[in-house]
Design a protein around this ligand. Structure first.
Ligand SMILES: C[S@@+](CC[C@H](N)C(=O)[O-])C[C@H]1O[C@@H](n2cnc3c(N)ncnc32)[C@H](O)[C@@H]1O
Length: 223
């Protein structure tokens, strides 16, 4: 199966009505706390620190963190990007008061459509789903970077298999999701993430929390 087919397969799970309905409880609350040991409050704080009024959110089956990090009144120039059209319509509907611009796009490819440059890009829990190892999936950073205004920040987090502490439940669940093709992170480690960020940004920061690596990156010094 080629990379595009694997990328499409990995996002199919988010088209199921059940998954769309239970995602915020099952993934955002339950798995974060009990499998990955990265409570959702930690990710909300990460968003609060970096999100700006001109924002592009990538991977939008959930916009939980975004909605808690900035009041709707400040989400005026919001763009949403996802490979899966069902995730895009759900998010666009949830955030219709902000009139977001939906963009269907695979982050493994350069973006050639029209998008407004932004001062922040959130890419949370997307890279562990994307096929390939960091040298391949890391191209997402270079493609997205072109959409950032000078000095803008790209931030998010990803679940790793190597270089982080996983409990038994998290370890077994991650293996099962990789076997099912829902995750593609068996070979993902801290060194790979570090290299991918360093290749694309002058400054970056990584913080490990449980099985998750929270990152932020910019060409200007990070606050
Ligand atoms: C695990 S969910 C993460 C959702 C949310 N950001 C969160 O933090 O819970 C992964 C999201 O990324 C999207 N996605 C996965 N691979 C993608 C790709 N190659 N290009 C664009 N979006 C992708 C999926 O459709 C889904 O909405």
């Amino acid at each position: 199966m080629d990379t595009d087919a694997r990328a499409k397969k990995s996002v199919q799970v988010y088209s199921s009505r059940t998954m769309l309905a239970v995602y915020d409880f099952y993934v955002t609350y339950f798995n974060n706390r009990f499998a990955w040991n990265c409570p959702r409050e930690k990710l909300v704080s990460h968003y609060r620190r970096h999100v700006t009024d001109e924002h592009l959110e990538v991977g939008v089956v959930s916009t939980y963190y975004l909605q808690r990090a900035l009041p709707a009144s400040r989400l005026k120039n919001l763009q949403l990007m996802d490979l899966n059209p069902d995730c895009l319509s759900k998010a666009a509907d949830q955030l219709k008061h902000c009139q977001p611009k939906p963009i269907q796009h695979n982050v493994l490819h350069p973006f050639e459509g029209s998008a407004e440059p932004v001062t922040s890009i959130g890419i949370n829990y997307v890279l562990h789903v994307v096929p390939g190892q960091f040298p391949q999936k890391g191209v997402a950073f270079s493609h997205l970077k072109h959409l950032l205004r000078p000095g803008g920040v790209l931030f998010g987090s990803t679940l790793l298999s190597i270089g982080v502490k996983r409990n038994l439940f998290g370890s077994l669940l991650m293996k099962a999701f990789n076997r099912m093709g829902i995750f593609n992170n068996s070979d993902d480690g801290l060194d790979g993430l570090r290299t991918a960020l360093a290749q694309n940004f002058r400054h970056y920061r990584i913080e490990v929390q449980g099985a998750a690596a929270l990152f932020s990156a910019s060409d200007e010094a990070l606050s």
